[in-house]
Write a protein that binds this ligand. Structure first.
Ligand code: KG4
Ligand code: ZN
Length: 338
């Protein structure tokens, strides 16, 4: 069975072709996973401009889907199932992928599944390791989301805690924007902070007052802006690398501290790290180290599967279809922002 998956929730236009495995315990084969980033479009604004994002998706969707089919070596007629990100995300962006997928499914008389983008991120780790032992504790960190999930079994995603204000990636992006370092901020901070002393500046690691598993990054961002002002941190200044390494360190430490607190509560067998910020080496290292200390298996997808991509959307679709092969095309399928 061949699945064509489409992802347009934010500022990446992506299409992927997956072949469902013969047995449910195996991973689907990713025949292609094409991602076109709009970073250059949004860079001058220091963040994603929704109207520009949807216009860009409209320009890119046809060639990107074509490229995904070409690389997989298949024709549209061979597709058995369509999968598309339904939300959360930017409505204008989501509607481009959703309408495109509906049109294809309707014309070719094939079923269409709407997929939750966040479930896609969590499933990315299973593409390389289909037999991760449940229960799985998942940390999802991206530009729009920071959340902890408990997965008791396949397709079960229980939210344990989420950010009450900024997402971790958003905090990185805002600090980079403030310093004029460019967009997206996470990769720039990682690059320019390399070699810096992560202990040079001290920030109190943010924790919500009720000690719940929720996150809060806006206080940390304010604290960082204060450090920038008081120490004259600047783009070409001498202490930039130390500042960036220290900021990255406190973000990584905060995230891993929450994983530790959640693991104490829910006693998982495995850990998964996902989302765009999961590309960060410091976070990956801290996460793996915590797993090692706690005797848990940790799974972190390769960088390409951490940022938004359609293969992760297809991965959820394959599991959903295996559970419910009787699905049909629902042309009323609507996008959701949150
Ligand atoms: O998952 P994603 O591609 O899109 C959303 O769903 O938000 O994540 C994008 C986020 C951005 O905030 C970006 O700065 C961050 O991931 N990011 C990183 C790195 N690469 C991307 N953050 C830290 N280190 C990186 N290497
Ligand atoms: Zn995402």
């Amino acid at each position: 069975m061949l699945v064509l998956a489409i992802e347009t929730s934010c500022d990446e236009t992506s299409a992927a072709v997956l072949r469902a495995p013969g047995v449910p315990t195996a991973a689907p084969e990713v025949l292609s996973n094409v991602v076109l980033s709009q970073d250059e479009v949004h860079a001058p604004y220091g963040g994603v401009v929704p109207e520009l994002a949807s216009r860009q998706h409209i320009k890119s969707i046809t060639p990107i889907v074509g490229e995904a089919l070409d690389r997989a070596g298949i024709k549209l007629e061979a597709v058995d199932l369509y999968a598309v990100t339904q939300g959360p995300g930017l409505i204008g962006s989501l509607l481009v992928g959703l309408s495109f997928a509906k049109g294809l499914a309707y014309y070719h008389k094939k079923p269409l599944i709407g997929i939750d983008h966040l479930h896609g991120h969590l499933e990315a780790a299973f593409l390389e390791h289909p037999a991760i032992a449940y229960p799985v504790l998942g940390l999802l960190v991206s530009g729009g989301h920071t959340a902890l999930y408990l997965m008791d079994g396949p397709l079960s995603y229980r939210l344990l805690g989420k950010t009450r204000d900024d997402a971790a990636g958003e905090a990185l992006d805002k600090i980079a924007k403030f310093l004029g370092l460019g967009y997206p901020g996470g990769p720039v901070i990682e690059k320019l902070g390399r070699g810096g002393d992560p202990k040079a500046f001290r920030f109190a690691a943010p924790r919500t007052k009720d000690r719940s598993l929720d996150f809060s990054f806006s206080g940390l961002k304010t604290a960082a802006l204060k450090v920038i002002r008081e120490n004259g941190i600047a783009k070409d200044g001498p202490r930039l690398a130390d500042f960036l390494a220290s900021f990255e360190e406190v973000v990584a430490r905060t995230l891993v501290d929450h994983v530790r607190a959640a693991a104490d509560q829910v006693q998982p067998r495995s850990l998964v790290l996902c989302g765009g910020v999961a590309r960060n080496s410091r976070l990956r290292t801290r996460f793996q180290r915590f797993a090692g200390e706690s005797g848990l298996e940790a799974y972190v997808p390769p960088p390409k599967l951490c940022t938004d991509n359609a293969a992760m959307v297809g991965a959820v679709a394959v599991k959903r279809f295996a559970r419910d092969p009787g699905m049909t095309t629902d042309l009323d399928l609507d996008a959701f922002a949150r």
